[in-house]
Design a protein around this ligand. Structure first.
Ligand code: PLP
Length: 404
């Protein structure tokens, strides 16, 4: 048997992906320095040189999460693994968990609670709205035995940001632990884990951290460490059991699993890039590029789904203009311009686009490129546009608001 018999219509040979510009809901464009770091020689996952780098990684992650938590490290797996790690370690069957759902990922949290044998107490908000902290307080008043409050800081399915500080304070007032999803927020918009009383946090490497997908930074407070230490029932996942993983990421450095060493070099490099830029500068850059995009989209008659006060700068959820074949627009952008933008999910499918300006993708040249390409495609498909107006409006915004 030869490999060609598996796919007779095409000879299998080296895979060369096209060079796209990734302006969807993630992944974003990987930084060239990250790609080059990942191409360095593979080390054993217990090599002393590698374990020294792991220590630096933990420190860099504390910086981006703004926490002093000792238990801060990247999990080998995508954001979904970070999410599951929080739930499987913190819930025992019968636990009541308040879960806030205002989009797809809050729904996944409910699924996690149920699979852990917990009882989800769902705080429901409309897609496109932030989590209403008052509803969280109301449900906690009615359920004094609730143990955890879980919510998504930046809901990628809608482009909305919730008030993490207030939710954290309410949870603490009712003596609950908090689980916060920062897959889309980390690096792009302020996250203050300690300042907001967050106990468990997870993120993903592929959005505002400018890395490829596949790693999930997590951090846990001492309160979570105590909870896990005092569990009488084994965590239902061997791989995600924090107390076992600590043997590897803690001081003893014993084998747990073969860590993805080259991916971790990439994350290390991306966090150094973020550190060099400075978190605040990164947040400002994301905001500035969002504002420029917004100015350009306005000239095309394209408006936002989310109220200005709750809008994520790194994820622009916008209405597809009436009468436009949104799928064809995305197809043309990809085929003719090598440009990816995202579609709507769930109730928003076919109605919105999600334009990501995340991490290394959040830059002036991408904003201008996206506006020009979108304008041309829309015009080609019969929409009346004022040619050149979109990118001019963005340029104008940049000129009036110089980078700091
Ligand atoms: C808010 C949010 N949470 C969780 C996830 C899951 O992350 P992953 O796809 O890396 O497993 C995503 C992915 O887009 C996300 O946007």
């Amino acid at each position: 048997m030869t490999i060609d018999s598996f796919r007779p219509e095409k000879k299998i040979t080296t895979f060369y992906p096209p060079q796209r510009t990734l302006l969807g809901p993630g992944p974003s464009d990987t930084h060239a320095r990250v790609l080059s770091a990942m191409a360095r020689p593979t080390l054993g996952h217990l090599d002393p040189v590698f374990t020294e780098m792991m220590e630096e990684l933990k420190g860099l992650l504390r910086y981006v999460f703004q926490t002093t938590n000792l238990l801060t490290f990247p999990v080998s797996g995508p954001g979904s693994v970070g999410m599951e790690m929080c739930f499987v370690n913190m819930i025992v069957p019968g636990d009541k968990v308040v879960v806030c759902r205002n989009g797809v990922f809050g729904g996944r949290m409910i699924e996690n609670v149920e699979r852990c044998g917990g009882i989800p107490l769902v705080v429901e908000d409309k897609w496109g709205d932030p989590v209403d902290p008052q509803k969280v307080e109301d449900i906690l008043k009615k359920n004094p035995d609730a143990k955890i409050v879980a919510f998504v800081h930046a809901e990628t399915s809608t482009g909305v940001q919730s008030d993490a500080k207030t939710i954290g304070q309410i949870a603490r007032k009712y003596d609950c632990l908090t689980i916060m999803d920062t897959v889309t927020s980390l690096g792009g918009t302020p996250v203050y884990m300690d300042g907001w009383d967050i106990d468990a946090i997870y993120s993903g490497s592929q959005k505002c951290l400018s890395c490829p997908p596949g790693l999930s930074p997590v951090s846990f407070s001492e309160r979570v460490v105590d909870l896990v230490r005092n569990r009488t029932e084994k965590v239902h996942s061997w791989f995600m059991d924090i107390s076992l993983l600590l043997g590897y990421w803690g001081s003893s450095r014993t084998y747990h699993h073969t860590a993805p060493t080259n991916s971790l070099y990439g994350l290390h490099e991306s966090l150094i890039i973020l550190y060099e830029e400075g978190l605040e500068h990164s947040w400002t850059r994301h905001r500035r590029n969002h504002e420029a995009l917004k100015a350009g989209l306005k000239t095309l008659g394209i408006g936002y789904v989310v109220d200005e006060a709750y809008r994520l700068p790194q994820l622009n959820s916008v209405h597809v203009p009436t009468g436009v074949d949104e799928k064809e627009v995305r197809r043309r952008l990809l085929a003719d311009y090598n440009l990816e933008i995202g579609a709507g999910l769930g109730d928003f499918a076919g109605k919105i686009w999600r334009i990501g300006l995340m991490g290394n993708s959040s830059k002036l040249e991408n904003v201008i490129f996206c506006l020009d390409a979108l304008e041309h495609v829309l015009a080609d498909l019969g929409t009346k546009v004022d040619k050149g107006a979109a990118s001019s409006a963005a340029h104008q915004y940049y000129a009036n608001n110089p980078a700091v």
